[in-house]
Write a protein that binds this ligand. Structure first.
Ligand SMILES: Cc1ncc(COP(=O)(O)O)c(C=O)c1O
Length: 424
């Protein structure tokens, strides 16, 4: 759709002046609002205060003393819970510490330093390593591969996941492409869930690199906003069925189920991959925090109880997502200068503003006291080729603050677009 279709140049100037006045009014309010990171709000955190109210015995059901060393890959009842939640078997799992991002970083570091199961050589012994990065995506993924000197290739996101034609063609020809990042369910930030066809193609595709891996960051698979929710195909089974059992490593945590940064994280993969990683982990640690695992199992109990718990999260955050979308629609729809996601779960709304205007929009908002994630952060090397994407994280602020922040954002989106269109 063409921007401001039907508007004369004079009308555009008039609109610009009206918005500039509104913007100055916001500036005078001395706002201090931070919309930059996807954090749970205090009311969400309060849902898990019961973690500490039922501690009881510090022994597991099978008699392991959680006060002592041991059980390097996690206690059995925690494995059973995660196996049920993420549809894997207990010997395909490692329960880690508090952070799935940490497990991802460690896996990449191991791939470089020692090699993973099925590798001919550690990646550090090779001249070049490339990774596919569906984008917009999660900035901290890209930061890991950038730190290790991996060349990142941006893959556009479509309605049903990353551009599979592009991925299949690249991986079939280039042996230096060793892996890809993915947030397959309620993706950060687009909210997209990969379709069954995309997941199947990822599992079955022919890769020139025999040690190609998929980093399957399932951070948001429990985070539905509505009863009727997206479903994600089971990539571990599909990889097995396709004869590529060692291709995928899945990650997740309870950071946004219980306490952010104080939950329990896991990694799942084929048994052969997990056995290989366990040997390496056994040099690194005697084990993660078993007491936290025990508290989590006793509090979360089973998949049915977790689903009930997640509904309470949804009741708190759904009105925030709906408020953002209502404000975006009221201010920006029909103008041809912006498009936004309407996710059914996860933590983010992805806003695409008029091309070439994301940086300016975020800067204008900052000068009016509203901080958003820096424009470009959702792309490898922080470079959005269209300078268009802005990530909105609605969960943390109280609704009145959130509403003000998005109203300010809408003014900035239009101002930046009008400045560009009018060539100022
Ligand atoms: C896609 C994704 N993965 C991982 C994380 C971090 O998870 P953890 O707290 O388990 O390290 C986040 C946090 O925002 C995220 O958005």
């Amino acid at each position: 759709m063409q921007a401001y279709q039907g508007f004369s140049r004079d009308e555009l100037y008039e609109r610009r002046n009206e918005l500039a006045r509104k913007y100055e009014d916001y500036k005078k309010q001395g706002l201090k609002l931070d919309m930059s990171r996807g954090k749970p709000c205090p009311e969400q955190l309060d849902l898990s205060n019961g973690l500490f109210s039922n501690i009881g015995s510090l022994f597991t059901e099978d008699g392991v003393d959680c006060r002592n060393y041991g059980m390097m890959d996690g206690i059995n009842e925690c494995k059973a819970l995660f196996a049920e939640l993420f549809n894997v078997s207990t010997d395909e799992l490692i329960i880690g510490g508090n952070s799935s991002l940490n497990l991802m970083y460690d896996l990449i570091a191991r791939a470089f330093n020692h090699g993973l199961n099925g590798f001919e050589k550690p990646w550090s012994k090779l001249d070049k390593i490339k990774f596919l990065c569906p984008a917009p995506g999660y900035d901290r993924h890209f930061a890991i591969t950038e730190l290790f000197g991996v060349e990142m290739i941006t893959v556009p996101m479509k309605e049903d996941g990353p551009d599979m034609d592009m991925i299949e063609s690249l991986v079939s020809e280039d042996e230096t492409i060793k892996g890809m990042w993915s947030v397959p369910m309620y993706s950060n930030p687009t909210g997209i869930t990969y379709s069954d066809d995309v997941v199947r193609r990822l599992a079955y595709m022919k890769t020139k690199a025999p040690d190609f891996i998929i980093m399957w960051d399932n951070a948001y698979c429990l985070h539905h906003l509505y009863d009727e929710h997206d479903k994600l195909a089971d990539i571990i089974s599909l990889c097995r069925e396709a004869g590529n059992p060692d291709r995928v490593y899945m990650f997740g945590s309870t950071s946004k189920v219980t306490f952010a940064g104080a939950g329990v994280a896991f990694m799942a993969s084929s048994k052969a991959n997990i056995d290989h990683v366990k040997k390496l982990i056994s040099i690194q640690t005697i084990g993660a925090d078993k007491i936290n695992m025990l508290l989590h199992v006793r509090f979360l109990k089973d998949a049915k109880n977790v689903a009930e718990h997640m509904k309470k999260h949804a009741e708190i955050v759904r009105p925030k997502f709906e408020a953002v979308i209502e404000i975006l629609e009221r201010n920006l729809s029909g103008k041809g200068i912006a498009a936004w996601s309407k996710p059914k779960g996860g933590y983010f709304i992805s806003l695409d503003v008029y091309e070439g205007c994301a940086k300016k929009t975020v800067q204008l908002a900052k000068e009016a006291g509203v901080v958003f994630t820096p424009a470009g952060a959702t792309f490898p090397y922080g470079k959005d080729p269209k300078d268009s994407n802005i990530r909105i994280a609605p969960t943390y602020p109280p609704i009145p603050e959130l509403r003000t922040a998005i109203e300010v954002l809408c003014v900035c989106v239009e101002l930046a677009a009008l400045d560009r269109i009018l060539g100022q």
